[in-house]
Structures are given as C-alpha cells and as structure tokens.
Write a protein that binds this ligand. Structure first.
Ligand code: HEM
Length: 439
C-alpha cells in the first residue's frame, strides 16, 4: 500500500477537504475490523453504514446540542477539582474519569461512581490495547493480513498464525468494551429504569428495532466513547505540564480570572470576558496536538496533484504535528506563547494561526466531537487555572524535581505520568472546591 504524507495545511485542504468525495475512505484494517471484530465508525469505509452512524453522532454532538451538556460538564469539573486536591498523586486517573465519565453518562446513561468503575477501566485498557498493540503494531501499524486479506482464513494453529492467536484473546476484551455498556442501557430501557441518554432515546424511538438500527446505535455510541477519552485527556495533561513549566504565563491568566470570577468557579457565561484564557487554550491545543497524524484517509480513485500521480488505494496521512509547528505561522514553534493569538495581533494572522483548523482533522471525516471537546476542555482549563496551583514537586533535599516528559502511546500524544505538586491556590479556593461538589 502506498502511503502519502501531507506535511502542509494547503495540501491537506486541497485534497482531503476540496476533493473529499474521493479522499474520505479509510484504509482497510483487516486485522482490527475483521480478525479482531472491532469496527467502530472511525475505522469503517466511506459508504452508507458510515453515513448512517455519522448522522447519529451528529444528533448527539452538533453545536446546538452542546449547551444542554453544560450542567453535566460543570458537575464533572467540580468533581475533577475535588479529586485533584484530595489525591493529587492520582491525577492521571482523575483526568481519565473526567474525559470518560461524561461520554458514559450522555451516551449510555451510565453514572461513574468511582475511579474503579468497571466500564471506565475496561475503556482505558481497551483503548490502550488498540492504540499500542492492535492498530499501531507491528512496524508502521500494518499487519501482513492487512496487505494480504486472504490470510484471515488460515487456522489459528497454523505455524505463522500468531496474529490469529493474539486476536482470539483480544476479541473477547474488545467485544466486552463495545457490548457491555450497550447491553446495560438496552436492558434498562426495556425495564423502564434507564437514565435518559443518547442510546436510550434512540432505542425508545424504535418500536421495532431492526438489527441494522441496533448495530448502528451500538457502534455510533462506542465511536463517541472511544474518540473522547485519550484526546480530551491529552489536552488536560498538557495543561498541567505547561503550568509547571511556564508559571509566568499562567499568573497572567489567573489575574484575568480573579477579576471576572472572584470567589466563585467560572462558568460558560464568563467565556467572552476571558480573552487571555482563550489564548492559553489555543496554545495548548496547538502544542498538545492529541492525534498528531490524525487517522489515515484512503483515496478511492487515481488522482493528480501538482504534477504528482497519486494512485487509487493510497493511504493519505495528514501530518498535523508539522502543520501546528509551521515556522512561517508560528515563530519559535516549540515555545509556549499564548500571545500568538492575542487580540492585538491582526485578525487575519490570528485566523490563520487557529490550531482548530488542523487538530480535528479534515473534510468529511473531520472529528464529530470537536464542539464537545472545545467545551469540556475550556471548562476544565478555566476551573483548574482559577483554583489550583500546579508546580514542580520538591524532593527530600528540598530541590525541585523536573517533570520527565515521555510520549510512548503510539497513536495519541498523551504524555506518561510525570511528577508534580497540585494544591489549591489558597484556603478560600480549597473551601470553594469543597463547596461546589455535587457528585
Ligand atoms: C481535543 C480533543 C480532540 C481532538 C484533537 C480530536 C481529533 C480528531 C482527529 C484528528 C480525528 C481524525 C479526523 C480525520 O480523519 O481527518 C478525529 C476523529 C474522530 N473523533 Fe475526535 N478529537 C477530539 C475529541 C473528540 C471527542 C470529545 C469525541 C467524541 C465525543 C471525538 C470523536 C471522534 C470520532 C467518532 C472520530 C472519527 C470520525 C470519522 O472517522 O469519520 N473526538 N478526532
């Protein structure tokens, strides 16, 4: 299979957006979809099944629906703050819970009561398995069976069929992941005990649920759940990291917050009054770049671009990481400089720099969760800045410990856990956090 990497935003826009009719397929991941039996919407080809599931996802994630989630986001954020001050050493588990619990509630009506929630932990383990063992391994993420699909028919005991033996084990875990939360909501909807959710509403709508409709609801729900966790977590992990590394930038954001929302937690109504926080979020989006190579698109028929022939079936990968570090737009691209988006910068430059035009992907496969991601990360960022100090931890000799930043996840740009110190900004902020918890 030919792989074409697009390093410029211009090429990504020309091909993946303007020629979206032929660049919106996905390369067949036979190992993941057929051998392991895992076929969520992000991995399926561009056709009727994709369109049906995309339309269901848009019902749950469209711009007009997002404000209905604000109260849930506010409850989730208060819980996150409370847990971060109560057991800061488990900050990674708390962020996972923040990112996953909203989807579990909104999509399946499943309420997460602790960090040990079975569905949340199953999702954590399974997304890790997918990202690091199935979709991205072996070298370059392509299995022999992806290239020679007929290999899927060889029996498990065959000498070179270790991929089938691995798949037999992984299949069970993957099946639990996409089936268990769905079976729970289906059962509760039938009993009349379901909390209203995306799945329960769609299931109730259907008097005679066809197999096709049930299949679409199940996979659209799993796609939203899978898409939301490591991406949202990446943004919040990077916020903590940048707070440690660039305290001076965050002091300015805290000053802004102290004027707008003193003695209370900020809410969505405050957003227009917090321009510097907006710059901070944009810079975190740019530098975190949660899916640095997006998801590969596949070309449906031979094409020609700037004198190059691109053959049918090529995998086309947008190098988003290169786009968000384009030196012509972002001088000193690795540096954390929220002022790049300051209202004093001319509007055309600010618009050209907005990382949202790249980090959520391109064209007809562009991330359907981008509006929810925008709201949930904004609220987490603003509430963490308003109430917490995140600094370098101090060792037994009284020396500051530099955070060790390692990226080992093969798909998501999610830093490994680093050492840090998380505290309320003051006694008043501690009281504010305790008083706001409704969970
Ligand atoms: C900051 C957070 C997020 C980032 C940076 C992000 C980024 C992306 C990117 C780059 C893609 C691939 C687009 C392409 O193929 O061109 C994608 C796809 C997807 N994302 Fe997100 N995402 C985020 C949050 C979310 C959330 C919160 C959800 C669900 C609520 C979600 C659901 C999905 C789904 C279902 C797809 C597959 C779309 C398809 O194949 O057609 N994402 N995302």
């Amino acid at each position: 299979m030919n792989i074409l990497y697009l390093h410029s935003a211009e090429a990504a826009k020309d091909l993946l957006v303007k020629r979206g009719a032929v660049y919106s397929d996905r390369p067949p991941l036979v190992m993941t979809t057929e051998v392991c039996g895992y076929e969520p919407s992000p991995l399926i080809s561009y056709g009727d099944k994709f369109r049906r599931q995309r339309s269901l996802m848009e019902q749950a994630l469209g711009t007009s629906v997002i404000p209905t989630y604000y109260p849930l986001l506010e409850i989730g954020t208060c819980g996150l703050l409370h847990r971060l001050v109560t057991s800061p050493e488990e900050y990674d588990r708390h962020i996972l819970r923040y990112a996953g619990a909203l989807s579990l509630l909104v999509i399946y009506g499943h309420r997460v009561a602790s960090n040990d929630d079975e569905m949340l932990n199953l999702a954590d383990r399974t997304i890790d398995l997918l990202a690091n063992d199935i979709v991205s391994a072996p070298p370059k993420g392509i299995w022999a069976v992806d290239v020679f699909p007929s290999l899927k028919h060889i029996p498990e005991w065959f000498p070179f069929a270790s991929f089938k033996r691995k798949a037999a084990v992984w299949r069970t875990q993957l099946s639990d992941f996409y089936t268990l939360p769905f079976l729970e909501v289906k059962q509760k909807t039938a009993d009349g005990t379901a909390v209203s959710s995306f799945c329960s509403m769609l299931l109730e709508e259907e008097k005679h649920l066809t197999a096709e409709k049930e299949y679409d609801i199940k996979w659209a729900a799993n796609s939203i759940f899978t898409g939301s966790i490591d991406t949202t977590s990446s943004v919040i992990h990077h916020l903590l990291l940048f707070m440690i590394l660039h305290p001076e930038k965050f002091a300015k954001a805290k000053e802004e917050l102290d004027i707008v929302a003193k003695d209370r937690l900020p809410t969505f109504a405050d957003r227009p009054l917090l321009p510097y926080v907006e710059c901070i979020l944009s810079e975190i989006f740019r530098l975190s770049c949660p899916l640095p190579l997006g998801l590969p698109h596949r070309l449906r028929k031979n094409d020609e671009y700037k004198g190059y022939i691109i053959s049918e079936g090529s995998a086309v990968v947008a190098n988003i990481m290169a786009m968000v570090r384009d030196e012509t737009l972002f001088p000193d691209p690795e540096a954390f400089i929220p002022e790049r988006y300051d209202p004093t910068v001319d509007e055309a430059t600010r618009k050209a720099r907005d990382p949202r035009q790249w980090i959520f992907g391109f064209g007809r496969r562009r991330c359907p969760g981008m509006h929810l991601a925008e709201s949930s990360t904004w609220l987490a960022v603003v509430c963490i800045l308003a109430t917490l100090n995140v600094t370098k931890a101090i060792d037994s000799n009284g020396d500051a410990i530099e955070p060790e930043v390692k990226y080992e996840n093969m798909v998501f740009r999610l830093p490994n856990k680093f050492t840090c110190k998380i505290q309320p900004r003051s006694e008043q902020h501690a009281t504010l956090i305790t008083g706001s918890v409704l969970e």
